[in-house]
Ligand binder design. Structure first.
Ligand SMILES: OC[C@H]1O[C@H](O)[C@H](O)[C@@H](O)[C@@H]1O
Length: 396
């Protein structure tokens, strides 16, 4: 069995995690062909995928997430995994919410690797202590006060990489944190115009303007893992990023709670969990050997062993039930506990910035306005108007 695997996991923690999958596959007699495409959050990988499929040379397995799975399935590009699903009893171990993402018209066409949480703050305890803080901020007012103190002490408050998806990652945590889960649903999933033009959204853009003042002058274009390294190396106090950032700290041998702290991003209006589930979709390919490779890969990915090994390295938590978290750190345990609590309150929400909530053309329209605002002196009112316009245009 062989499998060519297209993915964008190239940073320290990401590379270690995908190497675990390769090792597992090869230990089961598989031949792995690695096709990494660098570029955080996968934009470049999706461009490569489109040209590969158009030229009739689709890879066997592709890191593909959220609504994009439905889009490719609709075009008839994805293979059916129901036979593996039946044999491995996926319906019994994959949570309903995740099954819905992996299925097209009731058929499995993709397999979930993990559950990442997007709305985290990673902080450097030594730098926080310099201004008398011992943990991450709980409200946005606290965040601003802390950041002002850090700045006054000559410390860069926020490590950030100036790339649209990273700007959007911060933006959605502010929407969730200021408006609460219900507002997030209305504004960034239902795209409700009243919510998009509300005082809350104005406050969100006002806060984004403040946050722009808390990053260092060299942030434009910086990759996310280099921003994580700034917190790791004491060059900045905090980073707002999904828990793939934890994978970087762990890959560098850093200890959670000692060398770095993890806390949910500030929540002024009820807690929430922005989830981002990585998955692999199996594209239709020719040849028994490749088809066997896809089935073996799919089986291993949902297996308990791999779900533990991979997520310990990647910074996420398992996507299936029945995997003990005993060997996971406190950040992972908090993620799982918050997920369980937020699922009950409607606070378990798909990430917009990481392609879990909206089709690409709609999330792209939002990300364009958010990054234009972040990198200019656009007013909050103008940003709100442009947001509504851009979404209307993208809908047409
Ligand atoms: O590349 C940075 C991150 O981008 C995406 O959000 C992926 O889902 C995640 O696995 C990856 O680590």
């Amino acid at each position: 069995p062989t499998a060519e695997v297209l993915h964008w996991w190239t940073s320290g923690g990401e590379a270690k995690a995908v190497a675990a999958l390769k090792k597992d596959f090869e230990e089961h007699g598989g031949k792995w062909q690695d096709s990494p495409v660098a570029g955080g959050a996968g934009d470049a990988a999706m461009t490569v995928l489109r040209s590969r499929v158009l030229s009739g040379d689709a890879p066997s397995a592709v890191q593909l997430k959220g609504p994009a799975i439905q889009e490719w399935a609709e075009q008839g590009a994805l293979a059916n995994l129901n036979d593996v699903a039946k044999k491995e009893k996926w319906d019994e171990v994959i949570p309903q919410r995740i099954q819905e993402i992996m299925k097209y018209k009731g058929d499995y066409v993709a397999v979930p690797v993990n559950i990442h949480r997007v709305n985290w703050i990673w902080s450097n305890p030594e730098l926080l202590a310099k201004v008398g803080a011992t943990e991450g901020p709980k409200t946005w007012a606290e965040f601003n006060t802390l950041a002002d103190k850090l700045k006054a002490a000559g410390i860069t408050p926020l490590a950030h990489g100036g790339q649209p998806w990273q700007d959007a990652t911060i933006f959605e945590t502010v929407v969730l944190g200021m408006g609460g889960p219900e507002f997030f649903q209305k504004a960034l999933i239902d795209l409700d115009e009243d919510a998009l033009k509300s005082d809350t959204m104005k406050n969100v853009f006002d806060e984004m303007r403040k946050i722009r003042g808390y990053v260092d002058p060299d942030f434009p274009g910086r990759d996310w893992n280099l921003a994580t390294a700034m917190v790791m190396n004491g060059k900045a106090a905090m980073q707002i990023m999904g828990d793939w950032a934890k994978g970087e700290f762990l890959a560098a041998g850093k200890v959670p709670g000692k060398d770095f702290l993890c806390s949910a991003t500030p929540a002024d209006n009820g807690n929430g969990f922005l989830f981002n589930t990585d998955s692999f979709a199996m594209f239709k390919v020719d040849g028994e050997d490749k088809i066997e490779g896809q089935k073996l890969l799919a089986e291993l990915i949902v297996g308990k062993k791999f779900q533990k090994t991979f997520n310990l390295l990647k910074g996420s938590i398992p996507a299936r039930t029945g995997v003990s978290l005993d060997d996971f750190d406190d950040c992972a345990k908090k993620s799982a506990a918050d997920m369980a609590a937020d699922e009950k309150t409607g606070g378990f929400l798909p990430s917009m910035a990481h392609g879990m909530a909206l089709p690409g053309h709609l999330s792209g329209a939002i990300v364009d306005v958010v990054t234009a605002h972040f990198n200019s002196d656009m007013t909050s009112d103008e940003a709100m108007n442009r947001l509504v316009e851009a979404i209307e245009l993208a809908k047409d």
